[in-house]
Design a protein around this ligand. Structure first.
Ligand code: SF4
Ligand code: SF4
Ligand code: FES
Length: 467
């Protein structure tokens, strides 16, 4: 095996489909092709994850040899001539897709990932309408994992993205692989539900799954039901942070094209908060509140808590997080730090408390990530919907959000919300950590007495994977 480490300061010259290209040593064939505007089809590949080269859809020819190599799993080398498209490669890739489809339930119409499924898009690009192979999907039923995730392993294409995110990116290790060959599967220890293993319901696995095998548990049906019942008062909280995600999702729903998230539209004005409020009201919500106020109230409680603990000599830092998965994280991995967990309510509980005066029965928090769907309480009147779910509701209702006149937020009628903005920031150190891998480092520094922060806020997931 070569021990040569690629040097990014050395340039490599090659051709891709006859086009000369120069890239730094260590560049994969896939990226070199992109540089000359050639997109090689992929399935297991994910730009933010390690090389896996499992599905072999990205195979290419080199130097006129019969052997095929993967574009995602191989770096370029000096003088190589790569061919990314010809009749042979087309049929090899098409056959691989057909073989995957042969083991896949072909119920795309009812699949949550329909139109955004990477396998479905590939099948359409290769003009596959029927497979040459008999369709024999595994007979595995979907499992609803808490109120956060659904796992439908009959749709798994065994790309391993989820395992890598759970094991390496988040360092949680709730899911893994087992067995080999055709019995190879993605599972939890002893096939237990995620609630019974160390899963923290961050939603990372769902964010990278290319198909409908792991996805956020859609609770729009329950919310539509509450909205349709005139006897149920409904209140929503939302903040402007969701807007870039919503815009991306709305454009996706309209165009059917996969777009990167978190970006403002290049055509036209970005949506305003007032239009967001107007759209949510049109869906039928009685009241729409600014989630930023709830955040202020929660933060004010935590600031108080830090000050009280400082005075009494109780354990510091206070550990908090907007998602309840943070509590599971501490309980599962750092039980000795349980006492450091904040006693303040989380965002959803706080919202329910703030609007109590309005008599609302059903509360909905519109959130930017799946992680905030997780709640240990399993309350049937409190929901968290993601930007993707809100986009679908807006489209289903036929609302043209960008044409709506702006509407203001409703105002909380309680003392806590009025006082929250006046709360001093405090004279102590706050540390915000992103994702659970980084959180582990900070938790270990607390255990060793090396953390000088008085407040550690864990943001459950890493933005680059948000969907
Ligand atoms: S939700 Fe997070 S912790 Fe749970 S299995 Fe998925 S990636 Fe792992
Ligand atoms: S569940 Fe999704 S991400 Fe995980 S291996 Fe299967 S297809 Fe890939
Ligand atoms: S995308 Fe390259 S092997 Fe799967």
């Amino acid at each position: 095996m070569s021990s040569h480490q690629p040097d990014p300061n050395i340039n490599v010259n090659l051709t891709i489909d006859g086009i000369p290209v120069t890239v730094p040593e260590g560049t994969r064939i896939l990226e070199a092709a992109k540089k000359v505007n050639i997109n090689i089809p992929v399935l297991c590949e994910h730009p933010e994850l390690c090389k896996r080269a499992l599905c072999r859809i990205c195979v290419v020819e080199f130097d006129g040899r019969p052997k095929l190599i993967t574009a995602c799993g191989n770096d370029v080398w000096e003088g190589v001539n790569i061919v990314t498209k010809n009749e042979r490669l087309f049929y090899v890739r098409k056959t691989i897709i057909e073989m995957i489809l042969a083991n896949h339930p072909q119920n795309c119409l009812s699949c949550v990932r329909s139109k955004s499924c990477e396998l479905q898009i590939l099948a359409s690009q290769f003009g596959i309408t029927t497979s040459s192979f008999t369709n024999e999907p595994d007979e595995i039923q979907p499992v609803v994992e808490s109120e956060t995730l659904v796992r439908d392993m009959s749709k798994c294409v065994k790309c391993n993205r989820c395992v890598e995110v759970c094991q390496e990116t988040q360092k949680i290790g709730a899911i893994n692989t087992s067995r080999r060959g055709h019995e190879y599967e993605i599972c939890t220890a002893f096939n237990q539900p995620l609630e019974d293993v160390k899963c923290v319901f961050c939603g990372g696995c769902a964010s990278v799954c290319p198909v409908g095998a792991i996805y956020g548990h859609d609770q729009t049906k329950e919310v539509w039901k509450a909205l349709g019942d005139s006897g149920i008062k409904t209140a929503a909280q939302v903040s402007d942070e969701i807007i870039p995600y919503l815009e991306s999702e709305l454009r996706f729903v309209s165009t059917g094209k996969l777009l990167s998230t978190g970006k403002s539209p290049s055509n036209g004005q970005p949506l305003s908060v007032g239009q967001l409020v107007a759209a949510i009201k049109l869906l039928g919500f009685d009241k729409v509140y600014n989630a930023a106020v709830t955040v202020n109230v929660v933060n004010a409680e935590i600031i108080d808590e830090v000050q009280t603990r400082k005075k009494s000599g109780a354990k510091l830092p206070v550990i908090s997080g907007y998602a309840e998965g943070v509590t599971r994280f501490i309980n599962n991995f750092y039980p000795d730090l349980k006492e450091n967990l904040t006693s303040a309510k989380n965002l959803r509980q706080q919202f329910a408390a703030l609007i109590k005066a309005d008599g609302a029965i059903t509360t909905v928090s519109f959130v930017s990530g799946i992680a905030q769907k997780y709640t240990a309480s399993h309350a049937k009147t409190d929901f968290a919907l993601t930007a993707a779910e809100l986009a679908r509701m807006i489209k289903t209702a036929g609302i043209v959000i960008e044409a709506l006149p702006e509407e203001p937020f409703d105002v909380f009628d309680c003392e806590a919300s009025k006082q929250s903005g006046k709360q001093p920031v405090g004279t102590f150190k706050k540390e915000t950590v992103h994702g659970y891998a980084q959180s582990r480092e900070v938790m270990e520094s607390i255990q060793k007495g090396e953390c000088d922060a008085q407040w550690v806020e864990i943001l459950d997931f890493i933005r680059k994977f948000d969907n």
